[in-house]
Design a protein around this ligand. Structure first.
Ligand code: 1GP
Length: 250
């Protein structure tokens, strides 16, 4: 039985071809700012709000950010934890993820073992996801002790993704790193998509309609953007990106 949020994501992907999710980094916003970002993103057509960052944020602040977003928008809130401190009881769901190219067992299974009982206790919907850091990897790569897959090795990214699928994961996330100068190249997205039969999430450095369109056309089912919401013209940017990917693969 699929959970409510996962079912919703799959239905939207089916209906729209590729969807957009907005990432809110709780380290960078106050709760009122998080509300505004979520409201603007929702009005622009984003499908869900992901909440998470690469470094530490206090539990109280994370809770306040999630609550503020939930009060403002009805689209699902999905936690994107970098550690067990990224879990809040107020969200709808959580990417229950393993960093497939980490050399540290903590990020492969250790944090998940510690977090699983909390996810159950809080009644969060876990959505199983294999996380693969590619390119220069950014902060997530350093914090997660990953060996990032170079952009010129798409077949290696595909091997990681396929292993995730065979382990039973429901989604694969190709992460170029927040603020990446060069987002995940279309060729890598295309190769991974060709290998795996589960939805593909792509994020990191996608700042323009053209880049979003290129990622969606190459096979990304979900485009995640975070950084652009810090811009003054964020609302317009998010709208452009969503317009760009709409109906790409119908
Ligand atoms: C980072 O993939 C996300 O985890 C989003 O990246 O902040 O560069 O949009 P940006």
């Amino acid at each position: 039985m699929l959970g409510r949020v996962e079912k919703y994501l799959l239905e939207r992907i089916k209906a729209e071809g590729a969807i957009h999710i907005t990432l809110v980094d709780p380290e960078k916003v106050t709760p009122p700012q998080a509300s505004r970002v979520a409201e603007n993103a929702k009005n622009s057509g984003t499908s869900a709000i992901m909440i998470g960052g690469s470094t530490f944020v206090s539990q109280a602040h994370l809770d306040a950010v999630v609550k503020a977003i939930k009060r403002t928008v009805k689209i699902p809130t999905i936690l994107f934890p970098n550690n067990i401190t990224g879990i809040s009881r107020h969200a709808d769901a959580i990417w229950f993820m393993s960093l497939l190219n980490s050399v540290d067992p903590y990020f492969l299974i250790g944090a998940q073992v510690l977090g699983a009982p909390l996810v159950k206790k809080y009644g969060l919907e876990p959505i199983s996801m294999g996380y693969v850091i590619v390119g220069d990897g950014g902060t997530a790569g350093i914090v997660g002790k990953a060996i990032p897959v170079p952009y010129n090795k798409p077949e290696l990214a595909a091997a990681h993704a396929l292993a995730g699928q065979y382990l039973g994961m429901h989604f694969i996330y190709l992460e170029g790193g927040s603020g990446a100068k060069t987002p995940v190249p279309p060729e890598m997205i295309h190769t991974v998509k060709h290998f795996v039969g589960i939805p593909l999430i792509v994020g990191g450095g996608i700042r323009t309609k053209e880049l979003a369109l290129a990622a969606a056309s190459a096979g990304a089912d979900v485009i995640v953007t975070g950084n652009i919401i810090e811009r003054i013209d964020a609302k317009q940017k998010v709208s452009e990106i969503i317009d760009g990917i709409k109906g790409t693969r119908q």
